[in-house]
Design a binder for this molecule. Structure first.
Ligand code: BES
Ligand code: ZN
Length: 552
């Protein structure tokens, strides 16, 4: 169960970090975290190698002659090599982060809902924890941690851990580094159940609490399926709209984009998804980023099961049909190597592995196994899987071995190592209506809009807009889809909305296709560059890197 991780310089077989004590002060003026990390080791050899990116290392155990920072690799950052005295089992690293830390976003007040206070949040997955903590940044290395965060009043610090008291945090369960998370801002809390609640800026809190009212029921449904929820609390934190992802499964505290707040709870599958990671990902973790599908495929499957338990089979099938449509669309253009479940990310940024393949193809594999062996037997296998591998990091080979223990003849190698979908892949059934109706759900609208011809005459776009008010929609998924069609069709009446959307929202899933579509014509490319010049300072480093590559 130990696998070499090509995305880490660390040497956990020689010296392994087991516990981290953080003491960090937050400076918005300097855009830096400054303080110390105390690392406890077991085993402790003669050398300790850590991952870093753009960190300034001041002292190690009070000295400056016992460590070397290696050359910086553009993807991996720089190894920090520390000499250990015989018997030395802990190191105290005094350090600070750089304003350009890839795992942190420092927001100015205008980029928040309240407009009065700055905001800071981290995003560590896949290999960005090393830009704010010197550690062994591999999903195969798990640590417990405590932290003391000094935030400027009146702001509140939150971490993905237990909150001991204001500014003090503790994570007693061993977690991989990509799950370490911090946020600082003007946020308030609203309980949503015995162990659930939501943190958000005051202006967003009411809407968030209404949207996520079912979260406690989701936890209960997931427990019934896969065993006890082990993390204590399950809270949500709603971030400002520049958050580059939909959600991030930071333990005890899922980070979420405000663009899921549609007003009608139609996008809460995203919460089921992040909650599902409490089993698949946070409890049983992919050992390397090549095995990313073990995290996301299992999670997308469990997301469906939670949605089904709460809202019924029809809704869950409808949501899955939309996801499968997105996979099929992506498969038409994706290089064959990226269509396999097991990836080869050598020489690449693991953020590049984030296509629909590990998510939806992975979920279809589990659904295939469910259908083949029967739901009862399959659920029992899954419960056993989480029990057996709890708090471990595993590879695809471990998964296959565990599968064969229960089902000796099972062969899933075509799924794992061949491009595309096997012929035997399940096709989720859902009959979408073809005549739009006011009361349609988000997924029905998306299906309908995506079924339209690539380009529509401006006349037809205007007619649809008059009838259904797409340009004015408050639903981010529908807006993004509509704007994509507007760009393709040259529907100028939506351009102002397009510009406002791109200025406000930094979620990569929405922003990337819009810039990509604009970049297809010389005139669109000009428009894209003009908008991006103004929008870029507000985007997260991850979104910036993506759009930079598109428009360069
Ligand atoms: N863990 C992922 C987010 C992630 C993956 C961040 C890889 C960095 C690298 C999270 O659970 C996720 O999958 N989020 C999705 C939403 C989900 C409903 C498909 C997203 O953000 O789009
Ligand atoms: Zn996920």
């Amino acid at each position: 169960m130990s696998a070499a991780d090509i995305h880490s310089y660390a040497n956990p077989r020689e010296s392994r970090v087991r516990h981290i004590e953080l003491d960090l002060a937050v400076s918005f003026e300097e855009r830096r975290l400054r303080g110390a990390a105390a690392l406890t080791l077991d085993p402790a050899g003669r050398r300790l190698i850590l991952d870093t990116r753009d960190l300034i290392i001041r002292r190690v155990n009070g000295r400056t002659d016992n460590f070397r920072l290696g050359a910086k690799d553009p993807i991996l950052g720089a190894p920090l090599e520390i000499d250990l005295e015989p018997g030395e089992r802990s190191v105290l690293i005094e350090y600070e982060t750089s304003p350009a830390a890839s795992g942190l976003q420092w927001l100015e007040p205008p980029q928040t809902a309240g407009k009065r206070h700055p905001f800071l949040y981290s995003q560590s997955q896949a290999i960005h924890a090393r830009s704010w903590i010197p550690l062994q940044d591999s999903p195969g290395v798990r640590v417990t941690f405590s932290a003391r965060i000094h935030a400027p009043v009146p702001l509140k610090a939150l971490m993905a851990a237990r909150r001991v008291r204001d500014g003090h945090f503790h994570m007693p369960l061993p977690v991989p580094s990509y799950l370490m998370a911090l946020a600082v801002g003007d946020v308030e809390f609203r309980p949503l159940g015995a162990r659930c609640g939501v943190w958000a800026e005051p202006a967003v809190l009411d809407g968030a609490a209404r949207e996520f009212a079912d979260v406690e029921k989701m936890v209960t449904a997931a427990e019934r399926l896969y065993g006890r929820y082990r993390w204590g609390r399950y809270d949500l934190l709603v971030l400002p709209p520049s958050f580059p992802f939909g959600g991030m499964e930071n333990p005890c505290l899922t980070f979420a984009t405000p663009t899921v707040i549609a007003g009608d709870r139609s996008l809460v599958a995203l919460i089921s998804h992040e909650l599902a990671h409490s089993w698949s990902g946070n409890l049983v973790t992919n050992a390397t980023w090549n095995d990313f599908w073990l995290n996301e495929g299992f999670t997308t499957y469990i997301e469906r099961r939670i949605q089904e338990a709460l809202y019924g089979r029809a809704r869950s099938e409808m949501e899955m049909a939309v996801e499968v449509g997105e996979l099929e669309e992506e498969l038409r253009h994706l290089p064959e190597a990226d269509q396999k479940l097991v990836l080869d990310l050598k020489g690449r940024d693991p953020d590049d592995g984030m296509t629909q393949v590990p998510y939806v193809k992975g979920a279809l594999l589990l659904r295939h196994l469910e259908q083949k062996h029967g739901r009862e037997q399959w659920d029992q296998w899954l419960r056993g899987y989480f029990e057996r591998f709890a708090f471990q990091s595993i590879t695809t080979a471990d998964f296959v071995a565990e599968l064969r223990r229960a089902f000796p003849d099972e062969d899933v190698s075509e799924w794992l190592y061949q491009p595309g979908l096997p012929k035997s892949a399940p096709r989720p059934r859902y009959e979408f209506g073809s005549e739009p109706r006011r009361e349609w759900t988000t997924q029905e609208w998306l299906h309908w809009l995506r079924g339209m011809p690539e380009r529509l005459p401006a006349e037809r776009m205007a007619e649809l807009d008059r009838r259904w008010g797409f340009t004015k929609s408050g639903n981010s998924e529908i807006t993004a889809q509509w704007l994509l069609m507007a760009v393709r069709s040259g529907y100028e009446a939506a351009y102002e909305r397009l510009e406002r959307f791109l200025m406000e929202v930094g979620r990569r899933k929405f922003v990337k296709p819009l810039y990509a579509e604009l970049a297809k014509t010389p005139e669109g490319l000009g428009r894209a560059r003009r908008i991006y010049e103004r929008a870029r300072p507000g985007y997260h480093p991850i979104t910036r890197a993506t759009v930079d590559a598109l428009l360069k």
